[in-house]
Design a protein around this ligand. Structure first.
Ligand SMILES: NC(=O)c1ccc[n+]([C@@H]2O[C@H](COP(=O)([O-])OP(=O)(O)OC[C@H]3O[C@@H](n4cnc5c(N)ncnc54)[C@H](OP(=O)(O)O)[C@@H]3O)[C@@H](O)[C@H]2O)c1
Length: 258
C-alpha cells in the first residue's frame, strides 16, 4: 500500500454497498482498508479491483468485539484516516419484539451500534481533518413490524451521528449520515426469503425486486462517494442525506477514469 495515498476504512467492504463503495473510492485514488468477518469476500473485492489507481487492503475483523476493533487499529500503524465509513450491519433477528432473545438483541446492538461508536472513538486521534460517514436506513425513522432490533439500532445510530457531529466539530472531524435507498445486496436477498408470517412487509421488497426498482449497488456507491468526496464540510454533516433527495447532484458528478 502506498503510504502517500489518503486512507479510507470501509466496514462491510466485502459485499453489497460496501464493496461497491470501495470500488468508487479506489477509482478516486484512495487506499481503502476493507473490514469484514469473512476473508473470502474481502479478498474477492481486492482481486477484482487490482490495477485500479488506489489500493485495497483486506482486514478480517469483527467490529462488534474489542479484539476486532483492536485488530483494525493495529493494522493501521501510524497512518491518519481521511474517511471512516460505518457500513457493516446486521438485519437479524427478524422477529416480533415479543420473541426477541436477549442474546440476539445484544449481538445486534454490538454490531450496529457499539461497532461504529467504539471504532470512531478509538480512531479519534487519527481523524483530524477527516470524515466519518454512518450508513443509516429508512428503518431509523419508520417502524417495521419484526424489525424491532434493526429499527432501534438504526435509530440509535442516527442519534449517535447527531451527537458526534456536535462533539467533533471542534476537533475538525466531520460526521455525516446517509440513507442509500433499497439496494440490491445480499441483505436484500435475505429479506426476500423471509416468510410473510415472520416479516409481514416482505411482499413490498419482493415487488421492488420483481419490478427492477431496487437501487443498484453502483448507484448507491456513487451517491456515497459523492457525499464523501464532493460536498463541503458544512453540507456533509448538515442533515442526514437520502439518495433520492440529491440524485441530480450525485448523478452529475464526474467519474474519474479507472
Ligand atoms: N440493502 C439495503 O436495501 C439497505 C437499505 C438501507 C440501509 N442499508 C445499510 O447498508 C449497509 C450495507 O448493507 P448491505 O445491504 O450492503 O448488506 P450486506 O451485503 O449484508 O453487507 C453487510 C456487510 O457487513 C459485514 N459485517 C456484518 N457483521 C459484521 C461484523 N460484526 N464485523 C465486520 N463486518 C461485519 C458483512 O461481512 P461479514 O459477514 O463477512 O462480516 C457484510 O460484508 C448496512 O448498514 C445496511 O443496514 C442497506
Amino acid at each position: 500500500m502506498n503510504r502517500e495515498q489518503p486512507l479510507a476504512i470501509v466496514t462491510g467492504g466485502g459485499t453489497g454497498i460496501g464493496r461497491a463503495l470501495t470500488a468508487e473510492l479506489v477509482r478516486h485514488g484512495l487506499a481503502v482498508v476493507i473490514v469484514g468477518r469473512r476473508e473470502a469476500p474481502l479478498q474477492r473485492t481486492q482481486a477484482d479491483l487490482a490495477g485500479v489507481s488506489g489500493s485495497v487492503e483486506p482486514l478480517a475483523a469483527d467490529v462488534a468485539t474489542e479484539a476486532g476493533r483492536e485488530r483494525i487499529i493495529a493494522a493501521l500503524g501510524e497512518r491518519p484516516v481521511r474517511l471512516l465509513v460505518h457500513n457493516a450491519a446486521l438485519l437479524e433477528p427478524v422477529a416480533p419484539l415479543a420473541e426477541v432473545s436477549l442474546a440476539d438483541w445484544r449481538q445486534h446492538q454490538a454490531v450496529n451500534v457499539e461497532g461504529p461508536l467504539f471504532l470512531t472513538q478509538a480512531l479519534l486521534d487519527r481523524l483530524a481533518g477527516g470524515r466519518v460517514l454512518q450508513i443509516s436506513s429508512g428503518a431509523a425513522h419508520h417502524p417495521y413490524a419484526s424489525w424491532g432490533a434493526y429499527c432501534s439500532s438504526k435509530a440509535a445510530l442516527h442519534m449517535l451521528y447527531q451527537v458526534w457531529r456536535e462533539e467533533l466539530r471542534e476537533r475538525n472531524v466531520q460526521v455525516g449520515s446517509a440513507r442509500p435507498g433499497v439496494v440490491d445486496t445480499p441483505m436484500q436477498a435475505h429479506i426476500r426469503t423471509l416468510d410473510a408470517k415472520r416479516f409481514p412487509h416482505v411482499e413490498r421488497f419482493r415487488h421492488l425486486q420483481a419490478n427492477q426498482m431496487l437501487v443498484k449497488p453502483a448507484d448507491a456507491a456513487r451517491f456515497l462517494a459523492w457525499l464523501l468526496l464532493a460536498t463541503t464540510d458544512r453540507e456533509f454533516g448538515a442533515a442526514e442525506w437520502d439518495i433520492n433527495e440529491c440524485a441530480e447532484r450525485w448523478r452529475a458528478w464526474e467519474v474519474p477514469a479507472a
